[in-house]
Design a protein around this ligand. Structure first.
Ligand code: HEC
Ligand code: HEC
Length: 316
């Protein structure tokens, strides 16, 4: 009997920290926190999620209020999690360069529950809380702001059979180089420097360990499809618009969520069909390849969107 991949359980490694309790950071009131080279100074108590940690306020255009500060008694403005220029972190998402309408649609999907994680994952639940809290005018301003940036990539992909000892920590992985373990069929992603990650330093770099040969196998999926399904490039283009250079663990979670149909906003249908054909191993390979590509550019996105809205050419 054939079992469709859609019925497959979600791979737990893609959701580090599931089952963990959500704790707000404990304020150690007056302790001053500095980041070498950054002009801003923060107190430890300011890492409580009420404001974005904006180490380099002059390195990005003026951000709308909703990106930097929570309103009233609220927690978590967009920039606290996604960072002030929307570059994102592995446990959330890169917002840079996404079309403003897409950003608005996705936030509405989180609010309405048509976009959920395949398993309870606290970062996604907090995103839903933020989506509930934001007012339409603030969302519009935040979406326009994030869409103006060129997408960046901060993750190095390393193919290997053995990785440093890894534990789930702050919804990513922390590495202990004094030990090691087998990678197996997983993507294990975490910051190179845990301290910078905790300080929400935008220059934090990440490593994603992927199985040997994953990038080459993922290229075949991207260019020719998997299990008879369509090639990724047939919709995302050669530049893999919207996805290239994203965090591989983020990509694996999205493919899992489409496959589990917990990501089921109206525009998700084509991706549900694609992901339904993918095994866990193919999700890993596709995420490794897509994550290893240079980020798409906004010019490439515009070109693709113009092609889509152009009158159809004659078919062969
Ligand atoms: C508490 C942290 C947090 C806050 C605050 C937050 N987000 Fe998110 N956001 C996330 C996480 C985590 C995800 C990924 C969730 C998933 O896919 O399961 C996400 C995903 C998204 C996505 C989907 C991106 C994609 O490529 O699919 C958009 C768009 C988004 N957020 C916009 C916003 C905006 C706008 C705000 C401010 C109103 C905001 N977020 C506030 C954590 C947060
Ligand atoms: C039939 C067209 C089509 C094909 C083929 C396709 N995609 Fe997509 N993809 C989409 C659309 C449309 C979206 C936006 C979905 C939405 O709005 O919810 C998307 C979104 C995604 C996302 C979520 C991005 C984000 O920021 O949240 C990922 C990841 C993704 N695709 C990966 C892939 C991979 C990998 C392949 C190949 C295995 C692939 N796609 C093939 C149309 C396609």
């Amino acid at each position: 009997m054939a079992i469709s991949a859609a019925a497959a359980p979600a791979p737990e490694w893609a959701f580090p920290g599931i089952g963990a309790a959500n704790r707000r950071p404990e304020p150690r009131a007056s302790e001053v926190v500095r980041l070498p080279g950054a002009p801003a100074i923060f107190h430890r108590s300011e890492f409580d999620g009420r404001q974005a940690i904006d180490w380099f306020p002059n390195a990005h255009p003026l951000a709308p209020e909703a990106v930097l500060h929570a309103k009233g008694n609220g927690f978590y403005p967009c920039g606290y999690c996604h960072l002030p220029d929307g570059r994102g972190r592995p446990e959330n998402a890169r917002l840079q360069g996404l079309p403003a309408e897409y950003i608005i649609e996705q936030v509405e999907a989180f609010a309405s529950g048509t976009r959920r994680a395949a398993v309870p994952y606290i970062p996604t639940s907090l995103m839903a809380e933020a989506a509930h809290a934001i007012q339409p005018a603030d969302l519009k301003a935040a979406a326009a702001y994030f869409s103006q940036f060129e997408p960046q990539s901060h993750t190095q992909i390393v193919e290997t059979a053995t990785i440093p000892a890894a534990t789930a920590w702050h919804f990513v992985y922390r590495f202990d180089r004094s030990g090691h373990e087998a990678l197996g069929q997983r993507i294990i992603e975490g910051p190179v420097d845990g301290e910078r990650f905790e300080l929400r330093d935008p220059e934090t770099r990440y490593i994603a360990y992927v199985p040997e040969g994953a990038v080459a196998r993922g290229r075949v999926i991207a260019e020719h499809g998997a299990s008879g399904g369509p090639a990724c490039v047939s919709c995302h283009g050669q530049a893999l618009v919207g996805i290239a250079g994203a965090s591989p663990s983020f990509l694996a979670r999205q493919l899992t969520d489409f496959r589990s149909e917990t990501r089921r906003d109206p525009d998700a249908a084509p991706m549900q069909a694609v992901a339904a054909l993918l095994t866990d191993a193919q999700i890993i390979d596709a995420a490794a390849f897509v994550g290893s590509r240079r980020p798409w550019t906004r010019a490439e996105m515009r070109k693709m969107m113009n092609k889509e809205s152009a009158p159809p050419e004659h078919h062969r």
